[in-house]
Ligand binder design. Structure first.
Ligand code: URA
Length: 471
């Protein structure tokens, strides 16, 4: 008897013991229940820990699949692990009935998780001791609350919240995550001001030219609409869609990026846990999956910094440009060319520097077949500081050179004029030295040759100052 349906730890303990005792699947009767004897009656079970080893991938899948509501799942899963313990290649046998079943069930759960990530809407309850608290009501198709709770913890770390579902609730309070019993919809207020923000946001991102009604129904099934504030706006937005498409056509706007539509199919993977990010490689992988702000929607990829982890000097630019977005590396387009030449002149070797940006996704405005750079907003820079800080913590440069105002904001968290800071060496918390200079793209935009030459000289001097400091 399993006490808590969908509880992976409980199922795993029982399954491990059964496996260790050599109990065949057909000799086990799995039942859900909230009372009664354990699976093994009163007999104490002494199982050598880790006696049966199973492929890690299988356990990861099992952790998801056990959340499926089908009452047969504990038994079917046990059958799979029973077989996998005897056949290490089982998962690779894609046409095997058990493997087909397992993959299908896993897909169902992943989809349910994706829906929950996308469709939970918090309602504000109030504020206590400076922390706002929110609650959300959600009815997932399966028992996936625990699978999703970490995602919400990371997304809404700075506020207290509870997600109430019919089976259980997750509570994030005072930066502690706990679980409690299920509840009902009336525990959560119906609407609040956050709804207005959602509706405004949805209206703003609603792209009439992309509307495919069937696909939309599949992605946002009607069962979720009643809890989604923005769903009320779908009908009027659709009604105006044709006219808006016409206006867009007239303006001859086309998205130049062939990959720009990928966001619709991308499952917003859970961000890596803070503790999971240990190397620059981890940072790069996580940046490419980042959905913290909407810039990821149209960019081809998230672009992390590059260079040796032991670099003494870190150069911070604004954001990747068109070429960087396509090639996946910072400073490889025309601005990168200007920078490379200036670095050479300043006596700095690019391969010894760590080059990165304040914002990790390309922000642009489509214009015909071109993508025109747009400045990131302060909010976008501030959101992306999470990644810059991770890179700084790993590289621990002695000197940071900020290229342009966005980079300066990204590093310091404050808006200051470059003019007021230029020419001096500043000190950041922790002792890192800061040199603030212009963005090299500024040199490309100056029409006056003489002025451009002067500015270039000053720029090279700023870089040379960094070299001297590092020496
Ligand atoms: N401009 C930047 O700020 N960064 C790049 O990576 C490229 C151009």
């Amino acid at each position: 008897m399993l006490q808590t349906p969908g509880d992976f730890a409980e199922w795993r303990t029982a399954a491990r013991e059964l496996l260790a005792r050599g109990v065949a699947p057909e000799d086990v009767s799995w039942r859900d229940g909230d009372e009664g004897a354990s699976l093994f009656g009163d007999e104490a079970v002494a199982t050598p820990a880790g006696a049966v080893s199973l492929p890690r991938e299988l356990l990861e899948i099992a952790e998801r699949v056990i959340c499926h509501r089908d009452a047969e799942v504990p038994a079917r899963l046990y059958r799979v692990i029973w077989r996998a313990a005897r056949d290490r290649q089982l998962l690779a046998r894609r046409t095997d009935d058990d493997v087909v079943w397992l993959n299908k069930a896993d897909k169902t759960i992943r989809r349910d998780v994706h829906k929950m990530h996308a469709f939970v809407r918090f309602r504000r309850l109030g504020e206590e001791a400076g922390r706002e608290s929110f609650a959300a009501w959600f009815e997932p198709s399966h028992r996936i609350l625990r699978l999703t709770a970490l995602f919400f913890q990371r997304r809404f770390y700075g506020m207290d919240w509870a997600i109430v579902t019919p089976d259980a609730r997750a509570i994030w309070q005072g930066e502690k995550l706990s679980y409690g019993p299920g509840g009902t919809k009336d525990e959560v207020p119906d609407s609040d001001i956050v709804e207005d923000q959602w509706r405004t946001y949805y209206g703003a991102i609603f792209n009439p030219a992309r509307v495919k009604i069937d696909a939309m129904r599949a992605e946002m099934p009607k069962k979720y609409w009643k809890n989604l504030p923005e769903a009320q706006d779908i009908a009027p937005l659709l009604a105006g869609a044709a006219a808006r498409v016409e206006r867009m056509r007239e303006a001859a706007v086309s998205l130049a990026n062939p990959l720009a539509d990928k966001w619709r199919t991308r499952v917003p993977d859970e961000l890596l846990l803070d503790d999971d990010i240990k190397t620059l490689g981890d940072v790069a992988r996580a940046i490419d999956r980042c959905t913290r702000c909407p810039l990821y929607c149209n960019a081809t990829q998230g672009i992390a910094g590059e260079g040796p982890e032991a670099a003494k000097i870190m150069l911070v630019g604004e954001q990747p440009g068109d070429q960087e977005d396509l090639q996946g590396r910072p400073f490889v387009g025309p601005t990168g060319q200007v920078l490379n030449e200036a670095l050479d002149e300043a006596g700095l070797e690019r391969r010894r520097l760590f080059l990165t940006n304040a914002v990790k996704h390309f922000k642009f405005e489509p214009r015909g077949k071109r993508r025109l750079h747009q400045n990131p907003t302060t909010a976008e820079i501030d959101i992306c500081r999470w990644w810059l800080d991770k890179e700084r913590a790993l590289v621990q440069p002695d000197i940071i050179v900020t290229l342009g105002a966005s980079a300066l904001r990204g590093v310091t968290g404050k808006s200051a004029s470059i003019k007021s800071m230029r020419g001096a060496v500043h000190e950041l918390a922790g002792g890192t030295k800061l040199i603030a200079t212009i963005h090299p793209s500024f040199l490309l935009r100056l029409p006056d040759r003489e002025r451009a030459a002067e500015e270039r000289e000053l720029f090279v001097a700023d870089l040379a100052l960094a070299r001297k400091l590092a020496a």
